[in-house]
Design a protein around this ligand. Sequence first.
Ligand code: CA
Length: 340
Amino acid sequence: MKTLFAWLRSNLPVGRHSGALLLAFVCLMPVQTVPAAAKPVPVILDTDIGDDIDDTWALGLLLKSPELDLKLVVGDQGKALYRARLLAKFLQTAGRTDVAVGLGLEINAPGEGPQAEWVKQYDLKSYPGKVHTNGVQAMIDCIMSSPEPVTLIAIGPVPNLAAALEREPRIAQRLRFVGMHGSVRLGYGGSPTVAAEYNVKANVKACQKVFTAPWPMIITPLDTCGLIALDGDRYRRLRQSSDPIASAVIENYRLWNIANEKDPAKRNWEKQSSTLFDTVAVYLAIRQDLVKIERLGIRVNDQGFTVIDAQAKPMDVAVAWKSLDQFRDFLTERLAGAAR
Ligand SMILES: [Ca+2]
């Protein structure tokens, strides 16, 4: 408003009516003006990018969200070098080499995945930004040195976080945890049978540690994140977008789809997305108005199920959508719209 006032003052004709004209103009303006943008929230992304493709979509959404100030991305659940190269090349493509990249714990055999083709020629040494070979320590340092609480968005299994908590338990007081984890009342694809969801089941011990740490938590279980995909006009708009982030997402999806599906007739990257679970965690870090949130005690059992238990740590759970279509529009708009 202040800026608009200054602009009007310098652009309205000078004369005895200009004050009255200015007043009339301001009075006619709608009462609701765009609020001053809140300061972006510092964010760390912990991701198993490079297995399922939804992490790449989530990273794209994060980079297109001015509410979030991404400081550090760390690959989790092994394949450390492959994931770091994907993250670095994606950030470089997006013009965001201010974001540091961390190599996660090498908990499984090193290897690559279905997006290997995209980083075939990419050397991590060519990343102009910071690369931390010890991603867990980089997370701890980023959290402990931040003047304000950090939002940690976790969109994969969480061995890095369990290790960080072990090494520096004080991070729990300085962090808000936002995760794509679990299955509370619905399973995969909206099934009424709950599932041991992958991000939990792939490393149950790590998830139990993370789900009992004394940090505030909000999660999107399959109940909400398992229902998201884009098709029709929304998907077409993304495919036609010349935005570098949208283009990189679609190109990665194409390569991923080809690597995963040998039969060309069964590939669907030209028509629709796969399920975009992880994008909902990024959304929850920004706002929650399109979902129904319940405060529930959630316990991770040894089989990898997330069970409602009044004795367990309470957390906010996105249990249902108020408007799925509005979320699909939000996702499309953010990804296909102009870069910030
Ligand atoms: Ca993931």
